[in-house]
Structure formats: C-alpha cells, structure tokens
Ligand binder design. Structure first.
Ligand code: SF4
Ligand code: SF4
Length: 349
C-alpha cells in the first residue's frame, strides 16, 4: 500500500496547512467535530522547540473555522504541583492560538479492551474517540528514550494525565513501551498529521530553522520520513522498526512529495553500549518513585459537589474517600475539582 508524505518548506504556515488538508483530508468539513491534538509537553515558549509551535495551531484552527468545522484543541500532559493543564496551555500560548478553544482532553475517558498483545485494558480520552476528524500536530524533536518523538508518540497524549507514567511503569523496557505506543496509536489513528519542523533543536542543543511541515495520513510513514530528514537511521527508532517488522508500512511504499532535505549536523540522543539497559533501569527507578504519587483529597476544602466522583473512570472516590487500590492515577479528579481540594502528593503506601 502506498502512503504519501508531503514535505513543504519555505511557504507561509497557512499555505502549508491548506496544502496538507487538500492532499490528505479533502472533504467537506462543514459541521464536522474536529479535534486538533498538538504536543503540549509542559509550559514552554515556542523558541524552546519542545512543544508544537502555536503558529501552526493558530493557522490550523483558522483554516478549519473558515470551513465551518466545530473545532477544539486539546492535550493533557501530566499536571505538576505548580501548574494545571489549563495553566500550561496558557503559558505555552496554546489558549490564544486556539482562539480560546483549548480543552483538557484527559478530563473524560472511556475504558477500552483492545484485542492487542500488551494492552488488555486502557482508558482513552472520550474527546478523541468521539471526534469526526482528528488532526495531529506533533513536534519534531529528539527524545532520550524513543530517540525522536513524532506522530506515533504524539498519540500517547490520548491517554489521560497521570495514567501515562503509570503505563510507563508497567512497561519500562524500551521495546515493550514502543509496542504499547503502537497499540495506542492503532486505537484511533489521526486523519491527518502535520509535523511541526518549523524550527527545532537537536540532542546537543543546536538550533535549526527548516521552516518545514511534514504531513501525511499514516503516522508510520510520516515518522520514517522525519527520521530520514533528521539523518537518523529509522531503525534506531523502535516504533518505526517494529512497525516496519509488523508490515504496518513498507519504506518502499512511501511516496514523498515536495523537497526532501536532510538537516545537516542534526544530532540524535547519545547512544552507547548498554544504553537501553541503563535507560530502562533509570526509568524503572523513576517510575517506582512516581508510583508513590497519588491524588489526596483535603476534606476541609471540599464542598461535596461530587464532581470528582462523577468523573472518576474507575469509581475510586466515594464520600470524600479515595480507594487507592482502584485508583489508576489519571488525575481527572484533580482537574475537575472546582475548589482545588485534590492535589497530587507523594504518600507512603
Ligand atoms: S481517584 Fe479516580 S479520577 Fe482521581 S486519579 Fe484516581 S482514578 Fe483518576
Ligand atoms: S470535586 Fe472537589 S469539591 Fe467536589 S466533591 Fe470532589 S473534592 Fe469535593
């Protein structure tokens, strides 16, 4: 099967967005519920090049609104002590870029029981499952564990908040975690992907301004081309290698359109013998520590509105008491509490 990947360079962002939709999503968008999923790792400024450039979000939303679509923009990074998702969105410029349409897509989730090798049960954002069109806007950047984070990794954000580190803890081996990423991607692949490679930073902190958007409808093919642009052997990226081995795409079936140009001098994360074993060990220790973080309800602040009970996907909250044996640490209750009565804290079991 052929998969087209469109590489556009040195045009305005609005022109590149329009061209990508014409190529991969050329349908009547009027009245369609469209969810735009950027990569919102943490509160960051665009020049840090770790989150999707707000300019790409803005032009995508403007394009969709112009065609009469019902648009929302959403992601759900793990909230920190300092910031909630909405505060992260505001500080990253996502609220403004989405014309106020940003939402935390981790607030309501649905349990799925996929027929897959590793995941037997998973909670996924309801917004993602229910939208008509899903637009993925990954950031082109390196990642210590998975080498690069692109289209496949961006879909990990459809899993609610704190559940993401929990899944990491269950599958600390890079090989297993990469398979889990592929299984999650398969639950709801995006209709169109536009990778933000407007400007990027490599693993050594060197800056590039390719002013490029790499678009497609198949995440494996898009990631393969992105790896080649970064001059990284695609097989170094486990999600690409495993997808190729499982024939989710074939490199020879990729049809590139546009100008292919490698980023000269782009450095991947440092690799050394036993790297995987060391990274996996560190990940295992960090997640063990992380697992002691849990939602804690302050009943002196609680007004008993019951919102947290209603939102909890596993019915772990009853009368201001959290059942930690049931809790999956999705942190939906933190986000929904209007009083800020629930906080993520470290607690001894
Ligand atoms: S109590 Fe429920 S809503 Fe809160 S983190 Fe646990 S599972 Fe999620
Ligand atoms: S959402 Fe907050 S205020 Fe409402 S019942 Fe839960 S803890 Fe109490």
């Amino acid at each position: 099967m052929k998969h087209t990947v469109l590489i556009q360079k040195d045009k305005t962002v609005s022109e590149m967005v329009a061209q990508a939709f014409e190529e991969f999503c050329n349908i009547d968008l009027h009245g369609k519920n469209v969810l735009v999923k950027p990569n919102m790792l943490r509160a960051a400024q665009p020049d840090e090049a770790v989150i999707t450039d707000p300019q790409l979000i803005k032009e995508t939303v403007a394009f969709l609104l112009d065609r009469g679509a019902h648009v929302s923009v959403g992601d759900n990074p793990v909230p920190t002590h300092a910031y909630s998702e909405m505060q992260i969105a505001e500080q990253s410029g996502f609220l403004e870029a989405s014309y106020g349409r940003f939402k935390n897509i981790g607030q309501h989730s649905t349990k799925l029981n996929p027929d897959s090798a590793l995941l037997k049960e998973i909670y996924v954002s309801r917004d993602v499952l229910e939208c008509d069109i899903l637009v993925s806007l990954p950031k082109f950047r390196t990642h210590d564990l998975t080498t690069m984070t692109l289209a496949i990794k961006n879909q990990y954000g459809i899993v609610p908040g704190g559940l993401k580190p929990y899944i990491h803890s269950l599958f600390p081996r890079i090989e297993d975690f990469s398979r889990v990423l592929l299984e999650i991607y398969a639950l709801r692949p995006p209709n169109i992907i536009m990778v933000d490679c407007l400007h990027c930073i490599d693993a050594k902190g060197k800056r590039f301004t390719p002013n490029t958007i790499i678009a497609g409808a198949n995440g494996h093919a898009v990631d393969y081309v992105c790896a080649q642009i970064a001059a990284i052997d695609p097989d170094f990226i486990p999600t690409i290698r495993i997808a190729r081995e499982h024939k989710l795409f074939t490199p020879s079936g990729i049809k590139m359109k546009g100008t292919f140009e490698k980023l000269k001098g782009y450095s991947a994360p440092f690799r050394f013998p036993f790297r995987n074993a060391v990274v996996e060990l560190v990940a295992r220790v960090l997640y063990k520590i992380w697992l002691h973080r849990a939602p804690v309800l302050d009943s002196s602040v609680c007004t008993q509105c019951l919102s947290c009970e209603a939102v909890c996907p596993v019915d772990a909250i009853d009368q201001q008491t959290i059942d930690y044996k049931r809790c999956i640490k999705c942190y939906c209750c933190l986000e929904i509490c209007p009083e800020g009565a629930i906080k993520a804290k470290y607690r001894l079991r």
